[in-house]
Design a protein around this ligand. Structure first.
Ligand SMILES: [Zn+2]
Length: 76
């Protein structure tokens, strides 16, 4: 519960969701939720990932923007 609340706060505020460092306004404005350092690490660690979709087979996602959209639907 507390962790969820904290994540929610981090999501609203301009802080990295990974290390809680402040994110620059310019970067935040682009939709990043991580600082430059963590964003870099994540980008390198996840060249692609597999996303389970309700009505189809597992779909490989290579575009981070696609993943964000899927997350939006999943949260709704
Ligand atoms: Zn960070």
């Amino acid at each position: 519960m507390l962790l969820e609340h904290l994540l929610e706060l981090l999501y609203i505020m301009k802080y990295c969701i990974v290390c809680s460092d402040e994110i620059s306004s310019a970067r935040y404005g682009l939709g990043y939720k991580t600082c430059l350092c963590c964003g870099d690490k994540i980008a390198k660690a996840r060249k692609h990932c597999i996303v389970p979709l309700a009505k189809s087979n597992y779909q490989p996602v290579t575009n981070p923007n696609t993943l964000k959209q899927l997350n939006k639907y999943a949260a709704a």
